[in-house]
Design a protein around this ligand. Structure first.
Ligand code: SAH
Length: 196
């Protein structure tokens, strides 16, 4: 298919914040994503106590699931409201701390310590700030970044991964001439060239 129609699309930070403010969050799955249940064993691969990254996390309930299984969760999200809603909706106490390396950013951390959600742009992160991860749950993330930023996004994700890590990616398949996105259509050939 031709993805030309979406190549030049730009969704600004303000537009995302507005979606959260207006409750325009049809992407949020109250019950969690069935594909994570289905492929959980692929993500974990028999391992326990993993560090798992949620890029562009929103208030994904899967963060709570995996934390309850004993994993450490790190997420990043530009909407502070999304992160506050996450902790409130799960009745999780948390504290806020500045992130010295990133001016204006903060991290919201569950009091129990196993969920750390960074409120900043993903492009502000690096492995020296958040470390590296054993697993990644990418749902509504690669498909939500602006098409012009995909290479930058994928390179960052690769730098954030440990040697033996697993990356679960959810994409959507449709005719990009019929819907402007997000979620954007990312053809499989492009995924191969982005991630190798
Ligand atoms: N992964 C979540 C949310 C998907 S929607 C889920 O499955 O429900 C995409 C999210 O990315 C939105 O909440 C938006 O606010 C956030 N976002 C968009 N651009 C971002 C960026 N550059 N850095 C961090 N978060 C971003």
């Amino acid at each position: 298919s031709d993805t030309g129609a979406q190549k030049a699309r730009l969704v600004t930070k303000e537009e995302w914040l507005q979606k959260w403010e207006m409750g325009n969050i049809g992407f949020h799955k109250e019950q969690g994503h069935p594909l994570l249940q289905k492929y959980l064993n692929v993500l974990l691969n028999g391992r326990s106590g993993l560090r798992i990254f949620f890029p562009l996390c929103g208030k994904a309930v899967e963060m709570k699931w995996l934390a309850d299984m004993g994993h450490s969760i790190v997420g990043v999200e530009i909407s502070e409201q999304a992160l506050k809603d996450f902790f409130a909706e799960h009745n999780l106490p948390y504290c806020e701390k500045p992130v010295p390396e990133i001016p204006g950013a903060k991290v919201l951390q569950s009091t129990s310590g196993n969920i750390s959600l960074y409120c900043c742009s993903i492009y502000d992160l690096s492995s020296s700030i958040v470390g590296k991860f054993d697993g990644v749950w990418d749902r509504g993330a690669l498909v939500a970044v602006n098409p012009c930023d995909r290479q930058r996004y994928a390179s960052l994700m690769i730098r954030l991964m440990e040697k033996n890590s697993s990356y679960l990616l959810v994409t959507v398949s449709y005719d990009p001439n019929k819907h402007k996105g997000p979620p954007f259509y990312v053809p499989e050939s492009e995924i191969r060239s982005l991630f190798g």
